[in-house]
Design a protein around this ligand. Sequence first.
Ligand code: OSB
Ligand code: MG
Length: 369
Amino acid sequence: MEIQHIILRHVKMELLEPFTTSIFTETHKEFILVEILGKNGLSGWAESVASPEPYYKEETLKTNWHIMEDYLIPLLLQHPVSHPSELQKLFEPIRGNSMAKAALEGAMWDLYARSNNEPLWKALGGTKETIDVGVSLGIKDSEYELLKAVEKNCEEGYKRIKLKVKPGWDLDILKAVRTRFPDISLMADANSAYTLGDIDHLKAFDEFNLTMIEQPLAYDDIIDHAKLQRELQTPLCLDESIYTFDDARHAIALGSCKIINIKIGRVGGLYESKQIHDLCKEHGIPVWCGGMLEAGVGRAHNVAITTLDNFTLPGDTSASSRYFSSDITDPAITVENGVITVPTTPGIGFEPNRKRIEERTHYSKLYKF
Ligand code: OSB
Ligand code: MG
């Protein structure tokens, strides 16, 4: 895979409404868009999911730029690879920084698939032609507003509703939503808002027939989660705690969760995602694809990885139109009755629109090979 140049773009897009979790409120989506131009004249694309602030993970947009510019891009320059699966090893000497690695690796996968004239999902070994998706609903100003949002998204056909929770925005709203919508697939995501001291409070979640509780305890914990899982009927799902294949292996061995949320950026790329997927499949642990409020390019990568067969639960890849007035790909990501039809065109299958990208780019830099 011969490279002509790499362009990093700092892109900023306004969110249609603020998105609030137990740890942050985002009003804008700001990210690094990676374009790798091959010697064959084709471009591969990916987004880094690192946000400007280190609230979800320690990486930020600026640390990602630094790691890519000073370490990862020089490694790519000095060590040409023939297949994107070689990048995991190549990047291994750089510790952590999974979102930075995943962004470059993802763009290389897109370039690779386009160069072979095949869809990215096929290059990854995916099999599904459609994928099921749900929505993640942020913390709202009132229960009334939340109920309206649940109703709207149920009517649109989303296959599962995820509610962001935190102490003070949990049992009451879960009860209200469950009472009003007795049969929907409902789950809660706490983004580490609780501790083991809250165990009796968390046991009360069992009453609401949730498909899972996502990341109730600390972002770097798998020990306390194992203890909590033994006390709860509701399956626990880990998000923040799983950065690597080994984290997944340890969590499964300890019984820290019954489900894993795979985010390509959090785990360092598509190859690591696929390895975690395969491990979970071996152990009977279902997985689903999480979201990071990605724009179209990032969502396209999520669609591709979700075509692997152990992604059996609906993911968070909801339609672009939920977050943006217009997206950076053609077409945007659209959802019908909770289903995305997987594209059959080469690469990520949702084409980056250069004009709209340019309009949203604040700064860019080209690295010549
Ligand atoms: O914890 O899954 C999360 C968004 C940003 C950071 C963390 C999370 C989320 C979401 C939104 O839940 C998922 C999406 O719609 O992209
Ligand atoms: Mg989460």
